[in-house]
Write a protein that binds this ligand. Structure first.
Ligand code: ADP
Ligand code: MG
Length: 256
């Protein structure tokens, strides 16, 4: 059974301590959510897990299926099955969505089998058509340059499209819901639900409860000031929606 284990992870950005000991275990088949106010370190966690060079791990461990990944490059982590949908996806003018996705898919295939010659163009077109239909994207979209002039909602759809094509073991979605109108939110949530699988773990990072009306998490965690301070079932998200984060802050402040 696949497992992502985060032990006492401490991360600094420009010598400022942001994550102060995060513990979290996600098993295949589970959907976890991390909620929390802005600036508490949610994106820092996702970047550190992927191996962004600006995020310095100063302590702790991260294991993917028993393998310590902290010394690995981002592409090696990706090949092991870790995936991050960015909160702020970057544009790559000159590289089409289709080319980008085919290159990423082929790199993964080659990492698993050095003899692999890559997916054939017709097979890839078919795969891409299916996944794009699932996300209600026009086929012409595949020919556009990656995120170049895309709306917020289009960028988020491309992130989920990438996840659907790569079929990672563990997917982290960093505020994939932010900036989406209700229709786009539903489409993106449907896309995530369609890729939900007993073999795949998912971590949804979000500021708002509303995406959880469409994607039902197994566990909800609250991050405050670089730590996970509260964990429970989906009912925790509802309480946060109704009462905000104040009570968690108070509880946490009185314990320390
Ligand atoms: P969240 O995603 O929960 O809103 P972040 O992880 O983005 O929070 O940010 C946590 C803290 O780390 C903030 O105080 C933010 O200013 C700081 N931080 C994050 N990334 C950087 C960076 N690249 N350079 C400087 N400070 C950063
Ligand atoms: Mg963030």
């Amino acid at each position: 059974m696949s497992e992502l284990v985060i032990n006492n992870l401490c991360v600094s950005v420009e010598d400022v301590k942001i994550l102060k000991g995060v513990d979290l275990t996600i098993k295949a088949g589970e959907v976890h959510t991390i909620m929390g106010p802005n600036g508490t370190g949610k994106s820092t966690l996702s970047y550190a897990l992927m191996g962004h060079p600006s995020y310095e791990v100063t302590g702790g461990e991260v294991y993917l299926d028993g393998k310590d990944i902290l010394e690995l490059e981002p592409d090696e982590r990706s090949q092991l099955g870790l995936f991050l949908a960015f909160q702020y996806p970057v544009a790559i003018p000159g590289v089409s969505v289709a080319n980008f996705l085919r290159t990423a898919l082929n790199a993964h295939r080659k990492a698993h089998d050095p003899e692999d010659k890559g997916i054939s163009i017709p097979d890839f077109r078919k795969l891409l058509r299916e996944k794009m239909a699932m996300l209600q994207m026009e086929p012409a979209f595949a020919g556009r340059y990656l995120n170049d002039g895309f709306s917020g909602g289009e960028k988020k759809r491309v992130e989920v499209l990438q996840m659907a094509v790569l079929e990672p073991k563990f997917a982290i979605l960093d505020e994939t819901d932010s900036g989406l109108d209700i229709d786009a939110l539903q489409v993106v949530a449907n896309g995530v639900n369609a890729t939900r699988d007993s073999e795949r773990g998912v971590l949804i990072i979000t500021h708002y409860q509303r995406i959880l009306n469409y994607i039902k998490p197994d566990y909800v965690h609250v991050m405050l000031d670089g730590r996970i301070v509260e964990s429970d079932g989906p009912e925790l998200a509802l309480r946060l929606e109704e009462e905000g984060y104040g009570w968690v802050r108070n509880k946490y402040a009185s314990e320390t």
